[in-house]
Design a protein around this ligand. Sequence first.
Ligand code: AVJ
Ligand code: FE
Length: 434
Amino acid sequence: PSDRGDIAPRSFNRLDPRKLDQADLAEAYDRVRRSTEALIESLGPEDQNLQSMPDASPVKWHRAHTSWFFETFILKPHLPAYRPLDPGYEYLFNSYYNGVGRQYPRPRRGLISRPDQAAVTDYRRHVDGAIQQLLIQLDPPTLRQLAPLILLGLNHEQQHQELIVTDLKHAFSFNPAHPPCFGTRHEPSGQNAAFDWLGFEGGLFEFGHEGPAFAFDNEMPRHRAFLAPFELGSQPVSCAAYLAFMDDGGYERPELWLSDGWSWRQVEGIDAPLYWWREDGDWWHYSCTGARPVDPDSPICHLSFYEAWAFAEWSGARLPSELEWEHAVRALPIEGHFADRRRFHPEASAATGLTQAYGSVWEWTSSAYAAYPGFRPGKGAVGEYNGKFMANQMVLRGGSCATAAGHLRASYRNFFHPHQRWQFSGLRLARSAS
Ligand code: AVJ
Ligand code: FE
């Protein structure tokens, strides 16, 4: 299957970018770009233009914007002979980089029928050709300098692969026929091992990314922090546990909720996870493979931070801090249920110990998304990538069933606003050791 490009390369994110030669970079680039196209292979032009809410973007826009990223940050500054395919794309496909210029308003991206799907495919090919040309032309020292930026472009594309899945799932959920959007197989999920509490000793530990391999700037600098002894749930919270919270009036009891969460629940009329509905007394949900009965053993997902927090409160526990999470998973291999399994829905796991830390569902933490001590965003427009979002969002850890394999690591910090729940977001319980 590797010739279809649908298995994401695992290695380039684990190596020192300065040790990647021209052929390594060309291969990594080619495989990541082709894996985007393999993901959307079965989608038609109408599918690719849907935008269901201001937070989400059309598939077609994601395909163009990821190309724009390479064009803006690599081709225009570093390939003198580069000619943009269309000068208007600079404005149209700029997401949020004020240092590059003004941007077409995000909530109206679904109104752009032209460039059409075929024109966006041409744009991707144009950029791909120019990148491959740049890789051939540059001398090895210049290539070594550019390699971190190329890896940023590839990791950016992997992030947008996940957004393609979550954004189109959101759009398709409005279709009363519940057509499948992604995922080639649906299998019964099996049973979980028994839930367990796992203990961790406290102490002074190091956090954040270390070493030469790729990481985003928000995972640095590496720094020390103190943890009190704590315990973590052995597995992500299951649908069965969440149903018990719902049956116990979890959505009707303000004492379980944060004030902002309770207001959000009331204003939005929230009484179940996103994509859930009741049919003849049973809970169903829209999954990427279509309408399914809720499976009690699979991890709960599509929760907001507010719902995760209320559930933890109801359980007599709490959410882990992002540093507790990082410390607990540090020694684990980076394996799990990622997008390469093409299931696009979390499943039960019979494994014991600390399970499903990576993949399956993003885990909300109690940590506000903020700069690590000494953090400085990079210079220039590309410095807007992560740093300027460090207010009013919460950190999620571990990746999901829609994250590209090879994209994650222990120090990886995802972030969303506390009310947002269209990502594959769930939780794992924590408690302070007595
Ligand atoms: C880290 C997932 C919150 O969705 O804006 C995409 C990823 N950054 N392009 C986002 C991202 C730049 C980012 N999240
Ligand atoms: Fe982006």
